[in-house]
Structures are given as structure tokens and as C-alpha cells.
Design a protein around this ligand. Structure first.
Ligand SMILES: [Fe+2]
Ligand SMILES: [Fe+2]
Length: 405
């Protein structure tokens, strides 16, 4: 490790730095920033100190930015904006569908129950394995809800500190989670009843995913990053469930088509909510938001189920994504379309006066991104066309091979 060795050789002995730091600070009551300046003056050639100083300045700038974002979130809750524009996008509980409305009823007679389950299984028999894999991947992603809720609670000014906070963001977050909770339940019960998948392997995958968590956005506590990610993620899940619904109908499973259709409709409302909130943040702080958008885009919007595994296939998410791409449930082209949609919706190209240099660079990057993604997608498509067919065994469907390329 030559880099580390060089750094250690150039750095002053840790004890002398500590002693000097503490005595000087006590005598003059300096701030940490001025003490750092003194240290830099005394050891001007130390890359170690320069790096520490830079990272401290970067950390201070990040903390200041998040503090400003938090104040904006608090204002939106206090002035009633969240109540007026976000909460109406949640369905009142008594009007909301529940999984029991869409699956065989166990309140019926025993004969009727058997007949309803037999009908569901007969329709599901025609669903091909690649669509089942997409459905299981979507269901596993939905079942990661506890992780996503905990992420929501990390957002500065947008979390639910007590578990029953009364401010608008906390009520939104709980209402959103209550709607999302039905998605995993509904798909889980359909998959259990249809008899086409190995439920133990599917449940093991959910267990692994919840233990592994998620990595999604560069700054989880940033409201801007979180609102932008929410808008992208809800739109991606809308596309995915809506396409699954269309394919299920094409294969004659009207029950599955309906299940995925009602879930897609929920995702649409959630997307509208996060899109509105992001648009409001763009009005309040265009420079901060365009820089946040560029940061989220640079980190790439990854699906929340990215860390899934069944305990056997460490590349399970990649394989599931390849099947989704091949079957048209969710593709790289969809990602390019989404970036283009949000750039247009948030009028990013029209942001002008008031942008900092960094803001303008972020604007250029984001506005040029859809073209770059399209070009990369064309190249990937050409490469895939030249590849030989490749299959992977999915434990979810009893280790049957499913084509990924
Ligand atoms: Fe969902
Ligand atoms: Fe959603």
C-alpha cells in the first residue's frame, strides 16, 4: 500500500498534533475551522492534513445543505402544503381495496372456496416462467417495505420521530406505508395460491433482503435526494406492475392482470405525490435541487431490491433484471424515458438565473443524460443481439431454467 505509507511518512506524529490542537484551542477558544487553518499553516505540505481539512469542509457544507433542506420540509408541513397537495393522494381507508377483495374468499362455502382456488390455479397455469420470475422479483421488492419505511424516517424534517407524529410528512409516510403494505400481501397470497412457485425459496429471499437492507441514494438524510428518488422509484414500480398486468392478460390470467393493475394504480398516485413535492422544492431552491438531481443520477437510481439473494445465487437481482429486460417488464429504455420525463416535468432546462456554477454544470449533465442513456442502451441492445441464448436456473420456479439473453 504505497499510498498509505507515503501518507504516514508525511503526516506529523499524532500525539504532537493532538497536544498542539488541544492547548491552542483551549487558550484562544478557537473554532475547529481556525484550528485547522493553524495546523495547515504549520504543516503546509501534509497531504494528510489537506485531505482531512477538505473532508471536514465538505462535511460542513453537506450538513449546512441538509439543514436548509430540513427547514424547507418543515415549512411545507407547517404552512399546510403537505396536507393540501400530498395527503389527498392517499386513498381513504374505507374506500381502499384490500387483498381479500381480489383473491378467493374463505368466507364462502368449502365447495365455493375450492372452486375459486381451482379457477385461479387454472388461469395461472398458462403464465410462463419468465413472467413468474418478474412477478416474484416485484413481490420480493414490495416485501422489503420495513427497510423503505426506515429509510423514510431518516429524512431530515420528513420523518416520524415518535411513531405517531402529527405533522404532514409523518402522516404521509404512514399512509404511504399502509398502502404499500397491501402490495406485498396481495402478490404473496396470489403466488402462494397459484402453486407455481417454490414459496420457501421466495420467502427465504425476502428474509435475506430484509437482513441486507438497501443502498439507494447518496445522502439518505437529504430531503431533496429522497423526494427525487421517491419520484423515480414510484414511476419505475408503476411501469413494472402495469407491464406485468398487460402480459398476464395476454396469457389469459385475468385475476393476475387485475392484481397488478390495482397495484400499478397505487404506484401512479405515489409517483404523483413525490413528483409534486420535488416540483415544489425546485421552485423553492432550484440550485439545490438541480445539484441533488445530478448527484442522484450520477449514483444511478438502483431498485430498492438490489441486494436480494435466495442464499444460492449472489447475482439474483442481476438475473431477475435481465429477465425483466428481456420480457419487456422493465427495460433500460424505460430508465432513459423516465429521466427525460422528469427533466421535462421539473423544467430543468429552463432553470436560469440564480443557478451557481455547480448548479449550471449539474443542469448540463442532467439535460444531456437521456441522450447518453439512449446511446448506451442501443450499444447494449446490439451486443445482446450478437450473444448466444443464455439461461439461468431460478430457485423461485423450482430451479427451472429461464432465458436471460
Ligand atoms: Fe408498491
Ligand atoms: Fe408506491
Amino acid at each position: 500500500m504505497p499510498g498509505l505509507t507515503t501518507m504516514m511518512a508525511l503526516a506529523p506524529p499524532p500525539l504532537s498534533v493532538k497536544r498542539r490542537f488541544s492547548t491552542t484551542s483551549r487558550r484562544n477558544k478557537e473554532t475547529p475551522a481556525t484550528t485547522m487553518l493553524l495546523l495547515e499553516k504549520r504543516f503546509p505540505c501534509s497531504p494528510h492534513l489537506r485531505r482531512r481539512s477538505w473532508s471536514r469542509r465538505a462535511a460542513t457544507a453537506t450538513a449546512t445543505a441538509i439543514c436548509q433542506e430540513q427547514q424547507m420540509m418543515e415549512r411545507l408541513a407547517e404552512d399546510g402544503w403537505v396536507d393540501a397537495h400530498m395527503l389527498p393522494l392517499l386513498t381513504p381507508v374505507e374506500e381502499a381495496w384490500q387483498p381479500a377483495d381480489l383473491l378467493p374468499s374463505f368466507a364462502a362455502s368449502a365447495d365455493e372456496q375450492r372452486s375459486q382456488v381451482a379457477e385461479l390455479q387454472a388461469r395461472a397455469a398458462a403464465v410462463p416462467d419468465d413472467l413468474l420470475v418478474c412477478l416474484v422479483g416485484n413481490m420480493v421488492t414490495e416485501e422489503g417495505l420495513p427497510t423503505y419505511l426506515s429509510m423514510g424516517n431518516r429524512v431530515a424534517g420528513g420523518g416520524d420521530a415518535t411513531g405517531c407524529d402529527e405533522h404532514g410528512w409523518a402522516r404521509w409516510l404512514r399512509g404511504w406505508a399502509a398502502e404499500e403494505n397491501r402490495h406485498g400481501d396481495l402478490l404473496n397470497r396470489y403466488l402462494y395460491l397459484c402453486g407455481r412457485v417454490d414459496m420457501r425459496r421466495v420467502e427465504t429471499t425476502v428474509h435475506h433482503l430484509l437482513r441486507r437492507g438497501m443502498r439507494a441514494i447518496p445522502r439518505p438524510s437529504s430531503p431533496y435526494h429522497s423526494l427525487i428518488y421517491g419520484a423515480f422509484q414510484e414511476r419505475a414500480t408503476f411501469v413494472s406492475h402495469a407491464r406485468t398486468a398487460g402480459l398476464a392478460a395476454r396469457h389469459g390470467d385475468d385475476c393476475l392482470a387485475k392484481l397488478c393493475g390495482v397495484i400499478a394504480a397505487d404506484e401512479r398516485r405515489h409517483e404523483a405525490a413525490y413528483t409534486r413535492a420535488s416540483a415544489r422544492a425546485f421552485e423553492a431552491d432550484p440550485d439545490g435541487m438541480v445539484r441533488a438531481l445530478a448527484a442522484v443520477m450520477r449514483a444511478k437510481v438502483t431498485m430498492p431490491g438490489e441486494l436480494m439473494t435466495d442464499g444460492r445465487d449472489e447475482r439474483l437481482f442481476d438475473h431477475f433484471s435481465a429477465v425483466a429486460q428481456r420480457s419487456g417488464v422493465y427495460t433500460a429504455a424505460d430508465y432513459g424515458d423516465m429521466v427525460e420525463h422528469f427533466v421535462r416535468r421539473w423544467k430543468v432546462a429552463e432553470l436560469g438565473a440564480g443557478l451557481s456554477g455547480e448548479g449550471r454544470r449539474a443542469q448540463d449533465y442532467v439535460c444531456g443524460l437521456p441522450r447518453k442513456i439512449r446511446r448506451m442502451e442501443e450499444l447494449a441492445h446490439d451486443r445482446a443481439a450478437q450473444m448466444e441464448a443464455q439461461h439461468v436456473s431460478f430457485s423461485w420456479v423450482f430451479d427451472r431454467p429461464v432465458r436471460i439473453h
